[in-house]
Design a protein around this ligand. Structure first.
Ligand SMILES: NC(=O)c1ccc[n+]([C@@H]2O[C@H](COP(=O)([O-])OP(=O)(O)OC[C@H]3O[C@@H](n4cnc5c(N)ncnc54)[C@H](O)[C@@H]3O)[C@@H](O)[C@H]2O)c1
Length: 446
């Protein structure tokens, strides 16, 4: 929404959220305090905020005044009832639809921006039409393909913009054209695809499933490489130069995290199951199974290498966010690895440039593996990476932050227990150089 506001100064954009603390932070004059860390975002907010970009908790007023409403609420995996652990939880979407229906007094275009299971638009339309005040609603699907960490660039320069709508009626086509008109302010028309609503909804899940599948595929090869003496980086380079395959999303790692891949694939698995397509569901579920295996095997390897015990040993984690250039930690591999190591009674020291101790603790508490006070005793977060590593038996690299490649690794080594181990879960560091300093260096897939 910030990018739309920046690129379309004639359009007034109001972002509303029930979460007052978040809105207060979006309005904070100190731009380092906005809730999402994303390179380039604070500059855009600085430019547009107060001009045509506003943040508010007054949801009713914003609905009443808007011509176009983007529903961008969260759609987490259900944690209860039928579809628990798989289906998308649509309660927030339904609440929004009911609120829009109640407040709207003139015709509106309602845009699904959240990632939704195919045919959700039908449910939204039904709620709007049955509970509304007799006004007309057009539902469009406009899934978001940005990646965290590069969100601003992805939005300014998208590979494509996808808009699904009811292209069989004049009103539907008018709504599609209106949204195309917004994006056309900065995106070339040939990059704006229009489809029917269902294709658009399913394309987003398909894109995430294909990307996650590549990560799980190369990770499956990483384990085979370790057994055979092949090197996964060399394998990835060799196959990535094949123009039919391409080089992106082929980096072996400790597994993918983030709020989207896992939840969207589970969602796809659930939809497939609910249509009785067992083989299709099993096929996609294997992507998740492989990802869980990769995290578990990384933690097991740390324990095994540290002489089969990590009890009371200090293990330093460099990185907690699910990838670099974001403060988002949802589904980060680091959470699961910490959890496994705490089960083995390790002490975890964490340093992440954008994540604080409260976030780490709330991520661990969310797993409900043990009482919160036990998590508090097992972890400490540091603001200085050298302090985090001081006295540690091992370091685990869990996020590919650029700054980790620039550390004074000799200084780190001198202050660690010996032998000093590095488990590079991101294949980020120069193993040869670190070995020369005396580290025992292990990376994924070689
Ligand atoms: N994060 C990403 O990179 C990304 C990328 C593409 C698509 N998506 C999709 O976008 C959606 C949102 O993702 P997110 O990461 O921004 O989630 P989020 O949880 O960070 O943000 C959702 C916000 O919606 C607010 N909210 C919930 N119900 C509300 C209501 N009834 N009225 C007003 N506000 C309400 C919450 O308070 C929260 O601040 C998801 O469907 C996700 O799959 C996310």
């Amino acid at each position: 929404m910030a990018v739309i506001a920046q690129k379309c100064p004639d359009i007034q954009v109001t972002v509303v959220d029930l979460n007052e603390e978040r809105i207060n932070r979006w309005n904070d004059p100190d731009l380092t305090n906005i809730p999402i860390y994303e390179p380039g975002l604070s500059e855009i907010v600085a430019e547009a905020r107060g001009r045509n970009l506003f943040f508010s908790t007054d949801v009713d007023k914003a609905i009443f005044e808007a011509q176009v409403i983007f529903i961008s609420v969260n759609t987490p995996t259900k944690t209860y009832g039928s579809g628990k652990g798989m289906a998308a939880d649509l309660k927030y979407i339904e609440l929004c639809a009911r609120q829009i229906a109640r407040i709207a007094k003139d015709d509106k275009i309602v845009v699904e921006k959240s990632t939704l299971p195919v045919r959700t638009a039908e449910a939204i339309k039904s709620i709007l039409d049955h509970t509304g005040n007799g006004v007309q609603f057009q539902i469009l699907s406009n899934p978001e393909f940005l990646a965290e960490g590069t969100a601003v660039q992805d939005l300014i320069n998208p590979d494509r913009v996808l808009i699904g709508g009811d292209n069989h009626t004049a009103e539907g086509q008018k709504a599609i054209d209106a949204l195309v008109g917004v994006y056309a302010n900065w995106v070339n028309k040939d990059k704006i695809l229009t489809t029917n609503v269902w294709s658009s909804e399913l394309s987003k899940l398909t894109a995430n499933a294909f990307l996650a599948q590549r990560v799980s595929s190369i990770n499956a090869m990483s384990e085979l490489c370790e057994k055979t003496g092949a090197n996964v980086n060399e394998v990835a380079k060799a196959i990535g130069m094949d123009s039919r395959i391409g080089s992106k999303f082929l980096k072996a790692s400790v597994g993918f995290g983030g709020s989207c891949f896992q939840k969207d694939i589970l969602n796809l698995v659930y939809i497939s199951k609910s249509f009785g397509l067992k083989q299709v569901a099993d096929y996609w579920e294997q992507v998740i199974i492989m990802n869980d295996h990769q995290k578990r095997r990384f933690a097991n390897n740390i324990v095994k290498t540290l002489y089969n015990t990590v009890a009371d040993k200090k293990i330093a984690f460099l990185g907690w966010a699910f990838k670099k250039d974001t403060n988002d930690t949802r589904e980060s591999s680091a959470i699961y690895i910490a959890n496994d190591l705490i089960n083995e009674q390790a002490k975890i020291a964490i340093y992440d440039p954008k994540v604080d101790e409260n976030q780490v603790l709330s991520d661990l508490d969310y797993l409900e593996t043990r009482p919160a006070d036990k998590n508090r005793k097992a972890i400490t977060a540091y603001e200085d990476p050298y302090e985090a590593c001081k006295g540690a038996h091992a370091i685990a690299i869990l996020t590919e932050w650029d700054e980790f490649t620039k550390y004074d690794w000799k200084r780190v080594y001198d202050n660690m227990q010996k032998p000093a181990f590095i488990f590079d879960g991101r294949n980020l560091l120069d193993g040869k150089e670190l070995s020369k300093l005396g580290f025992v260096y292990q990376s994924i897939g070689s």
